[in-house]
Design a protein around this ligand. Sequence first.
Ligand SMILES: Cc1cc2cn([C@H]3C[C@H](O)[C@@H](CO)O3)c(=O)nc2[nH]1
Length: 222
Amino acid sequence: THLENKARPFTVIVEGNIGSGKTTFLNYFKKYEDLCVLAEPIELWRECSGHNLLQYLYEDINRWGFSFQSYVMLSMLKHHLKITEHPIKMMERSIFSARYCFIEKMKMDGLLPSPSHAVLDEWFKWITASCNVSVDLIVYLRTSPEVVYERMLQRNRKEEKNVSLDYLKQLHEIHEDWLYRRSIFSCPAPVVTLNANLDQSVLKEEYKKWEPCILNKIQVSI
Ligand SMILES: Cc1cc2cn([C@H]3C[C@H](O)[C@@H](CO)O3)c(=O)nc2[nH]1
């Protein structure tokens, strides 16, 4: 309804591989008071009633994949539904990358039993049908696996110490299928693709290119 659309801020989701520079991108845009910036609540994933679900995920993905992705979906739903006075909401990842990238990847790799996948898919279908989780723009920080692998090692997040280049290659391909080749799942909004391989020193120029369409809430028609 008109009222519902009126209430919802212009919503931008920032998508990309591990180490693609999402946090750097969000931090760049934090300076604009018009934006409500919602980073991935990784600290929540590290402390769910005393359990570090992120660590469990990488220690035994077969056992903890469902629990982790279920909790991620809840945290993404909270971000999508969060009320803000700001005219623009910028989210790191979304319920869409939860479903179309990470859950799909676990299913493809045989890490998620089909009953578990079915339950997560039922949640996703119900949420997208009955909650207003619509978005207006997808920023795809497009990288190469080798670049993000180096960055991930540099960042040295303890839970990610066993994440392989191969895992990042697979995750890259599933992002490409969704956001670049658009060969499997639908995109819930227009996609702007940035070359996120660029070095920090020139990355700001790349961000500046898209500032107008983000800050002026221009509906990108691609
Ligand atoms: C939506 C979504 C985000 C997300 C992040 N992760 C992992 C990748 C990184 O190691 C860490 C922070 O993004 O969490 C995941 O396994 N599944 C996810 N699903």
